[in-house]
Design a protein around this ligand. Structure first.
Ligand code: SF4
Ligand code: SF4
Length: 339
């Protein structure tokens, strides 16, 4: 099912833009009214003396993120993080304008115009979580915003435009603190995007109609040969040129490069799991499309733990997952007791 990822991104973006318009008991459902020192959270009203509740909510969210990453890998980075969502939206605008407008100057102008509109509305939506949205939009024209509203709308619009339009994956690689701690939350039992080298190697182009390795009886390679071929393909300068294989000995990777072209982080996942991989699954979808075109089974690239790829049992309950789970349960227990 290759299309659920863009649909999920669209749903999350739509939810963000709808958020300040939601009402609860006649008031804006989510409003951080800083001058009024009042936070409305879907019927729950917090005052300055409730700072502990707000900190508790933040702690619950942080612990949930740690638990999710430890159990499922960087799925937040690949599917929920605003940097990923807006980068994907801006890239989609870039590709759509280039596809529909043949004149490069027109395509570039349309792209920047659409980027500017999205960035500006993102700034308005964000400020609409701190200043009543209906008033903010009602005073859009003629402009009657306060200096702070104007500053923060412009600030978030510029940040969106710069981060999603230009910096993109550099934010994940160089700036994001969560990306720095992710390796310490994951281990051999954490699912990540993996290449099945036993099935895919040796890679190479071939004529159509030969069938997948299991269909034509070649079967899976042993793990040592598979990783040797994958290493040789990734490091030709070190390992020397790959031997030439007859078509019936080739694995299921047709070496089309679609996975590399689809990767927003410019990775080749066939070289092994990489610390910069955000588990977005774009390579998985691109490869499954190729597998369907060749009438091979899907799953040459897939989300799986290293333990699973090595035919070991994946352990879901480990010290780090148990610690995060117990912390989360304690936080929720204390929170429910206080409410
Ligand atoms: S390797 Fe695949 S899952 Fe990882 S960032 Fe690249 S496209 Fe996304
Ligand atoms: S998309 Fe699949 S078949 Fe194509 S190069 Fe990548 S792993 Fe090989």
């Amino acid at each position: 099912m290759p299309h659920w990822r863009p649909l999920l991104s669209a749903a999350l973006l739509a939810a963000f833009y709808a958020l300040p318009w939601l009402r609860w008991n006649g008031r804006q459902a989510l409003l951080f009214d800083l001058p009024g020192r009042r936070f409305d959270l879907f019927g729950l009203t917090l005052w300055p003396q409730d700072l502990g509740v707000l900190l508790g909510l933040l702690a619950v969210m942080a612990t949930s993120l740690v638990l999710l990453t430890s159990l499922a890998g960087r799925v937040w980075c690949g599917h929920g993080c605003p940097q990923t969502l807006w980068s994907r939206l801006f890239r989609w605008i870039e590709q759509a304008t280039a596809r529909h407008l043949r004149q490069p100057v027109l395509a570039r102008a349309a792209k920047h115009l659409l980027w500017a509109v999205v960035a500006l509305w993102t700034g308005v939506t964000f400020v609409g979580l701190f200043s009543p949205m209906q008033t903010l939009v009602g005073t859009l024209w003629p402009p009657a915003w306060s200096g702070w509203e104007t500053f923060w709308v412009a600030f978030y619009a510029l940040a969106t435009w710069g981060n999603a339009g230009f910096l993109r994956q550099q934010v994940c690689i160089d700036l994001c603190p969560f990306a720095r701690i992710c390796p310490s939350l994951c281990d051999a039992d954490t699912p990540q995007v993996q290449y099945d080298a036993r099935r895919g190697e040796p890679r190479g182009p071939r004529a159509h109609g030969l069938g997948a390795v299991m269909q034509r009886g070649r079967g899976l390679l042993d793990a040592v040969s598979a990783s040797d071929y994958a290493f040789r393909a990734a490091h030709p300068a070190l390992a020397g040129p790959m031997p030439h294989f007859p078509a019936d000995r080739l694995g299921d990777c047709v070496d089309c490069g679609a996975c590399v072209a689809a990767c927003p982080m410019a990775l080749d996942v066939r070289s092994g799991p990489h610390v910069d991989c955000i588990a977005c699954g774009a390579c998985v979808d691109a490869c499954n499309t190729q597998m369907r075109a060749w009438q091979f089974p899907a799953g040459l690239l897939r989300h799986a733990s290293t333990a699973h790829m090595q035919q070991r049992r994946t352990r879901w309950l480990r010290p780090r997952t148990l610690t995060a789970l117990i912390t989360l349960l304690v936080l929720l227990g204390v929170g429910l007791h206080r409410l």
